[in-house]
Design a protein around this ligand. Structure first.
Ligand code: ADP
Ligand code: MG
Length: 213
């Protein structure tokens, strides 16, 4: 099933809602191993996206995501702002001029987003960052895609993998970002960025489930 521009807009609205609902939770996670601002930062960014959406919603999917990238870069700050900003920019490049996309194109866009995050932040899996939720989610997505599953199954599998991925950050020692300053003391806490990345995958799944698959 194709993913329309309206679906992309619904995803952004869902993501903004989920981030807002989890604002305090994300901030609380960041207070254990960071500077207690991740929820506040992300909510500021997605609130900005919501206020920008009206002026770009008639453009193509790539242009909409590019506007999101700029909103995130200009408002989120910290490490997450440039990283998510880069993710949206790389996804936008893949989806340039598109009004509707196939699951394969969504996969290529997500893969590009992760590449952008890794080029910018230099984190690999196991360093207790958002990469630990996104990388396994993309492997799960691709496996279902290659097996000819439905988009809903691809996203269900991706969300499950992202959820496991964020939990798997608990025993990890952070070696990137602010949490790495804590060294061994970062062990035992769930990574806030892996948690917000999980929420973004959940927002995609919610849209597709509401559509009926
Ligand atoms: P800051 O740490 O600057 O306060 P945030 O609190 O908004 O920024 O975001 C922290 C999150 O950013 C971390 O939980 C982690 O997932 C992610 N992060 C930090 N550095 C990197 C990196 N180099 N690569 C990928 N993700 C990172
Ligand atoms: Mg922080």
């Amino acid at each position: 099933m194709g993913i329309t521009k309206e679906d992309v807009i619904k995803f952004l609205e869902k993501a903004a809602d989920l981030i807002k609902q989890n604002r305090d939770y994300l901030t609380q996670l960041d207070s254990a191993i960071g500077d207690a601002d991740h929820g506040i930062n992300m909510d500021r960014g997605f609130t900005k996206i919501m206020s920008t959406l009206n002026s770009v919603k008639d453009k193509d999917i790539g242009s909409i995501l590019r506007a999101c990238s700029m909103a995130l870069v200009s408002t989120v700050g910290g490490a997450a702002g440039p990283l998510y900003g880069t993710a949206f920019m790389y996804a936008a490049k893949v989806l340039d001029k598109k009004e509707e996309i196939a699951p394969e194109e969504l996969y290529q866009a997500l893969k590009a987003a992760l590449e952008g995050i890794q080029l910018r932040g230099k984190a690999t899996e196991g360093e207790k960052t958002m990469v630990d939720a996104i990388a396994p989610a993309l492997r799960a997505f691709e496996e279902k895609l290659r097996a000819g599953a439905s988009l809903k199954e691809m996203l269900q599998s991706a969300v499950e993998a992202a959820e496991r991925g964020k939990k798997n950050t608990i025993p990890m020692k952070a070696t990137k970002g602010r949490a790495s300053y804590l060294g061994e003391r970062s062990i035992g806490h769930q990574d806030p960025g892996a948690t917000s990345s999980y929420l973004l995958f959940k927002a995609m799944l919610d849209v597709v489930e509401e559509k009926g698959g």
